[in-house]
Design a protein around this ligand. Structure first.
Ligand SMILES: [Mn+2]
Length: 266
C-alpha cells in the first residue's frame, strides 16, 4: 500500500482538497513528509507545463498516483450527463486529454464530478454517462491508462452514489480499462458498511481517497480507519491510498497529520 496526497498543479487558481500554492515548494514538502506519491489536481490539461511538473516530481522520487479532473466540471461545466450533446462531446475530449497526460506520467484518471448533476430522468442520465465513458475507455485502453470511477455522495452528484451502481455501470461498459475507486468521506454517507463494500468490490477496487467523516485528515473525525486499513490488508490491496482533505487547520498541518496517522496504521 502506498500513500499519496492531492496537490494542485501551478495553473490551478482555487484551493483543492489538498495542497495549493507554490508547486515546487509543495512537492518538496510532500517528499519530506514521507509520502510515496502525488495525486495531481489539474484544471485544463492544455495549460499545464507538463515537462516541468514531471521533472520536479520525479526529481523528488515521487510517483504520480492519479490525475484529478473535478475542476473540469466545477470550473468548466463539462459533464457526461448533460442533456447538451456538445457539452458531452467536450467532456469526452477533455478526458481524452487527461488520459494522454496520464499516459505521459504513468498514471491514471479519476472520474468523479464530471458525471455531473443531471436534471433529466435517471435512465437518460445513465445512458449518456455510459456512452461517454465507453468512448473514454477506448482511448484509455489504447494508452494503457485506467479510468477510476468514483462514487460521490448525493449532495455532489445524483448518479453513481454507491459502489453497487459503479460496479453495475463498469460491468455494462465491459472494458478492462475502467475500475472503481472509493472515497471514505462519500462512503461514510452512502454505504451501509465501508469495509464490506470494499470487500464485495475487491476485484474492481483500484484506488482509495481517504478523508475523515468531516473531510479533514484521517484521524480528525470518527471514521474507523483501523478497520479500513485492516480490510485493505486482508484483501491484498497494494495500490494507492490518497489523502483528499480539507486544509484544516491549514494545509501543512493537515498533510503532516494525514501521513503520520496513516503510517501508524500500516
Ligand atoms: Mn474523492
Amino acid at each position: 500500500m502506498k500513500i499519496a496526497i492531492v496537490v494542485s498543479t501551478p495553473e490551478v487558481t482555487i484551493q483543492p482538497l489538498g495542497l495549493w500554492g507554490d508547486f515546487e515548494e509543495n512537492v518538496g514538502k510532500i517528499a519530506e513528509l514521507g509520502y510515496d506519491a502525488i495525486e495531481l489536481f489539474v484544471g485544463d490539461p492544455g495549460q499545464l507545463a507538463l515537462q516541468d511538473a514531471k521533472d520536479l516530481i520525479r526529481g523528488q522520487g515521487l510517483e504520480i498516483s492519479a490525475i484529478g479532473t473535478g475542476l473540469s466540471y466545477t470550473q468548466y461545466g463539462l459533464s457526461f450527463t448533460s442533456p447538451d450533446v456538445l457539452t458531452r462531446k467536450r467532456a469526452v475530449e477533455r478526458i481524452e486529454r487527461y488520459v494522454e497526460l496520464a499516459a505521459e506520467l504513468r498514471s491514471n484518471v479519476i472520474i468523479g464530478s464530471m458525471k455531473g448533476m443531471y436534471q433529466t430522468t435517471y435512465e437518460d442520465a445513465w445512458n449518456r454517462l455510459e456512452e461517454c465513458l465507453k468512448r473514454c475507455t477506448e482511448v484509455a485502453n489504447d494508452l494503457g491508462v485506467y479510468l477510476l470511477l468514483e462514487p460521490l455522495n448525493r449532495y455532489e452528484s445524483n448518479i453513481i452514489n454507491t459502489f453497487s451502481e459503479a460496479v453495475r455501470l463498469i460491468e455494462e461498459i465491459g472494458s478492462e480499462s475502467i475500475r472503481v475507486m472509493g472515497d471514505t468521506f462519500h462512503m461514510n454517507i452512502e454505504e451501509e458498511n465501508i469495509c464490506k463494500t470494499m470487500r464485495d468490490a475487491e476485484q474492481y477496487l483500484a484506488y482509495l481517497h481517504v478523508a475523515d467523516s468531516n473531510r479533514q485528515a484521517p484521524g480528525r473525525g470518527h471514521i474507523d480507519f483501523e478497520a479500513i486499513m485492516t480490510t485493505l490488508r486482508e484483501i491484498g490491496y497494494d495500490k494507492f491510498v490518497s489523502a483528499e482533505i480539507l486544509p484544516i487547520p491549514d494545509q501543512d498541518v493537515a498533510a503532516k497529520s494525514a501521513i503520520e496517522y496513516l503510517k501508524g496504521l500500516i
